[in-house]
Write a protein that binds this ligand. Sequence first.
Ligand SMILES: Nc1ncnc2c1ncn2[C@@H]1O[C@H](COP(=O)(O)OP(=O)(O)OP(=O)(O)O)[C@@H](O)[C@H]1O
Ligand SMILES: [Mg+2]
Length: 266
Amino acid sequence: MEQTYANVKDREKDARQVILRVVNLSKNFGGIKAVDNVSLDFYTNEIVGIVGDNGAGKSTLIKMISGAYERDSGDIYLDGQHINVENTTEAIKLGIETVYQNNTLVDHLDAPKNFFLGRERVTNNILGRLFGFLDMKSMRQDTLKTLQNLKIELKNINAPVKLLSGGQQQSVVVGRAAYWKGKVIILDEPANNLGVQEQRKVLQLVQSIRDEYGITFIMISHNLEHVFGIADRIVVMRGGKVVGVKKTAETSRNEIVSMITGALDI
Ligand SMILES: Nc1ncnc2c1ncn2[C@@H]1O[C@H](COP(=O)(O)OP(=O)(O)OP(=O)(O)O)[C@@H](O)[C@H]1O
Ligand SMILES: [Mg+2]
């Protein structure tokens, strides 16, 4: 059967299902404990903001989840299964997609080719079966349909993605994750380097995908306005540790800032 987001709705039935669990994750660089014994649960259908000062360990934490870094110790469970992701390609196959500033798209390929990268569909005839002829037409149609459903506007889906704006490129990654039934989408500073309009569009896209497909988002951001605008929960990191997890509705910027700076410890 074709993989689309047909079953994703099932995950919405139980809004509090743990989709990703990390237990006692640690990572050292030389003498630095970049991530120090972090345990967290992430649920379906939620956006979790991760905040903290420079060097708090946010990127290192998510890189262990996305397969970019090997962890020193600890365990990761996706949908109840213990997983060892050795690289980002493997993570994407499992349903963990990451949007970095320098994203995971291949620059010189267009959006449909990026959508189906490593999962190309061959024509349903002898040419496909024998010679692996690609069914570009159906791949383009599916890409276009997905982009339209998500209200992602690209002037020309046949253009290499390097010609798209930063926000559009991020939208293609997020759209691809939705199409392939991604379980967790990680965004590291998604709005960095984007114009105000583009920032708004990416944040709206994140919200609408959470609502429609029940996908979990983990969003690292220094922008508390963005975090308070869309996150359901906020995780605060400091010195490689998680120093607080709050429901957005039950905290304030002052409290979060105090946790980021350590003022609450005094
Ligand atoms: N590849 C690396 N090699 C050596 N040290 C690293 C590496 N990556 C991160 N670190 C160190 O680990 C610590 C945590 O860094 P990390 O990038 O995870 O922080 P961050 O919270 O993402 O910060 P920022 O908000 O500045 O992006 C820092 O002290 C950093 O210098
Ligand atoms: Mg970082």
